[in-house]
Design a protein around this ligand. Structure first.
Ligand code: SAM
Length: 280
C-alpha cells in the first residue's frame, strides 16, 4: 500500500451541503432516507478497515487491564459500531430503515425491533464501542439498541470534556471517524488525546477536500505518527447539486489535487489516515 506523511494545505470553505436536520432525530430513519439517494457509502468502505485495525489494537498488550475501547467520533446513530460488531452491510441498513415495515413503526417499536436485530447479528469478536456526537438523541438511540456501550454528546470544539467523558477516555485504545472531518478539528482530537491513558490509535476517513494537516500535527504532539494511504481514495457520496460539485472541484484544485475521475465524476472522495504511536 502506497503511503505518505499526512499533509495538505488550504482551507475548507463553507460550500458543502449541510444535513443538520437529519442528525439529531429520535431514530435513524430520516438519516438513511435522506442519504440513500446520495449513495452515502463511506461507512461501508470503513467497515473492513476498522475491523482490521480494531483487531490489531485489541491484540496489542498495552499492560492495562480490560480491553481497549473504540471511540467512534461523530458516531451519529451508531452506524460504524453496527458495521464493526455485527454481521451486516451498509446496504442492509439502508434497506431496513427505508422499508415499509420501518416506516410504519413508532420510534419505540423501531427501538425494540432494532434491539432484537442487533443482538441476533452480534459477532463473537465484537469489541466495546463508545460513541461521541453532539447529536444527543442519535447517540441515545444507538446506546439504547445496543450498538454503543456508552454515549457522549460533549462538543469538544467548544468546551472541554465533561466528567463522564473524561473518565471514559481512560478506556480508549482506538478512535474511528467517518463523515465527520468537516465538523471536528484538531481541537476535538487534542481534548481526546489529553484525556487518554492507554496508547491510542486513530483511523479516519476524511474528505480529500478537507485538510488533515492540523489534526496530524496535534496527534504528533501526543506521540502519534500519521500516514495517509495514497494508493487510493474512497467515494463518500454524490454531490447534492452542481453548486456543491463546483465547490468540491475548486477545493480539490486549491489543495493541488486533480479532480478528474473523482470530484469531477460526481462524488466526494475520502482519504484514509492512520495514526499510531511513533515508538512502541
Ligand atoms: C455525516 S454525519 C456522519 C455520521 C457517521 N459517522 C456516518 O459516517 O454515517 C456527521 C456527524 O457529525 C456530528 N457532529 C457535528 N459536529 C460535531 C462535533 N463538534 N462533535 C461531534 N460530532 C459532531 C453530527 O451530529 C453528525 O452526526
Amino acid at each position: 500500500m502506497a503511503k505518505s506523511d499526512a499533509g495538505g494545505v488550504g482551507d475548507m470553505a463553507s460550500g458543502k451541503s449541510r444535513f443538520e436536520d437529519i442528525y439529531d432525530r429520535p431514530d435513524p430513519r430520516a438519516y438513511f432516507a435522506r442519504l440513500a439517494p446520495l449513495e452515502y457509502e463511506i461507512p461501508h468502505h470503513a467497515q473492513r478497515v476498522f475491523r482490521q485495525v480494531a483487531a490489531e489494537r485489541t491484540a496489542l498488550d498495552d499492560g492495562r487491564p480490560g480491553r481497549p475501547v473504540v471511540l467512534d467520533v461523530c458516531c451519529s446513530y451508531g452506524i460504524n459500531a453496527a458495521l464493526l460488531n455485527h454481521r451486516m452491510t451498509l446496504a442492509e441498513l439502508y434497506e431496513r430503515y427505508t422499508s415499509d415495515a420501518a416506516r410504519a413503526m413508532s420510534t419505540a417499536e423501531l427501538t425494540a425491533w432494532d434491539k432484537r436485530f442487533y443482538a441476533e447479528r452480534r459477532r463473537p469478536d465484537a469489541v466495546p464501542v463508545y460513541g461521541l456526537d453532539v447529536a444527543a438523541r442519535a447517540v441515545r438511540y444507538a446506546q439504547e439498541v445496543g450498538l454503543l456501550d456508552a454515549a457522549f454528546s460533549d462538543d469538544l470544539e467548544k468546551e472541554p470534556p465533561g466528567p463522564r467523558l473524561r473518565q471514559a477516555l481512560a478506556d480508549i485504545g482506538l478512535i474511528t471517524l467517518t463523515g465527520g472531518g468537516s465538523y471536528v478539528t484538531e481541537r476535538t482530537f487534542a481534548a481526546l488525546m489529553e484525556g487518554a491513558r492507554r496508547p491510542v490509535w486513530v483511523s479516519a476517513f476524511v474528505l480529500r477536500t478537507v485538510p488533515y494537516e492540523a489534526v496530524a500535527r496535534t496527534l504528533a504532539e501526543h506521540g502519534l505518527h500519521t500516514v495517509a494511504d495514497t494508493s487510493r481514495t474512497y467515494p463518500q457520496r454524490l454531490f447534492t447539486d452542481e453548486r456543491e460539485q463546483r465547490f468540491a472541484i475548486g477545493a480539490a484544485r486549491s489543495l493541488g489535487l486533480e479532480p478528474a475521475g473523482r470530484e469531477a465524476a460526481g462524488r466526494f472522495h475520502c482519504v484514509h489516515y492512520e495514526s499510531r504511536p511513533s515508538a512502541p
